[in-house]
Write a protein that binds this ligand. Sequence first.
Ligand code: SAH
Ligand code: SF4
Length: 346
Amino acid sequence: MKALIDQLEHRHEMSREEWITLLQARSPELEQELFSRARAVRRRYYGDRVFIRGLIEFTNHCKNDCYYCGLRRSNLHLQRYRLSRQEILACCREGYDLGYRTFVLQGGEDPAWTPDKIADLVAAIKAAHPDCAVTLSVGEQPRAVYQLWFDAGADRYLLRQETADNAHYHQLHPPELSPENRKHCLWDLKAIGYQVGCGFMVGSPGQTEAQLAEDMLFIRQLEPDMVGIGPFLPQHDTPFRDKPAGDLHLTLFLLGLLRLMLPNVLLPATTALATLDPKGRELGILAGANVCMPNLSPPGVRDKYALYDNKACTGDEAAQSRRSLERRMQAIGCQVVVDRGDHISL
Ligand code: SAH
Ligand code: SF4
């Protein structure tokens, strides 16, 4: 198996079958070997620096109905909210003072936040904080809308493909959503010039190793700047409420593999990982991740951004979580830095 890891590290193409073999060979010994190589690769490009992004969950209204997500429009039990432009700018000001130099605006596909309003918001954040990057994560849009936001100053865009396997995509989404459009959006974003992040849930219902192999092949082809992966976690008001959560060790293994496949990728240790395990963020960094995305949303709305149950750190004040993250990263030999944390080219 070490031969396959060598192959990956030396940037050789891997076939679908080789990916499946590697995923099936996962063992505690192979994990340790992989993680130590992944850390060495991360160190070569980014040192022991951990970049932080201030996550602002600015609306939980969504017109879509993804089966796994608590924000889906059919969930009538969720109390909906949307932050105002002023509230979002206040989150950014607080974040700036705490050393954040990237703000991630994430939300459901909320028709009330029109493309023009989002463009105006992006421009206002960039005017107030010209030394910061703005990342958007608001789903599938026509290319012209992505272009409008890019022209307004948005730097990055996060849009997970969720699963690169078409049949599996249809198991996770209602018929009006298509894997073709999802992927098309990612190519549009890249062509426009965004730093692009794709990604997938680990252990989403029905997922097989062959489908994970498909995701790795797709990511290799897209060559994104960022990859967001985290375990699937059930949400009690969705059709997948009784499905088991994704596996911690498989998630960490995939993080390590992503670091070897895309050595300079920006790779977050996600909130879902921190929700699955109290040491999730540390374990993610030790497996090769180099980004954390603490929550900058006002504490009063965090519970309502209920993608999944038991979300980590919903009660912490921004300042408190910033300090605790710094300590936790220091304890594993890493430093949280005040930096935009852009993707570096090879
Ligand atoms: N509406 C946007 C952004 C918000 S959802 C979009 O869909 O792209 C952000 C991410 O949360 C999704 O891409 C999905 O991968 C993740 N997510 C949603 N529900 C989840 C669940 N139950 N468990 C784990 N991750 C989930
Ligand atoms: Fe909406 Fe995104 Fe949730 Fe799908 S995953 S229901 S698009 S918020």
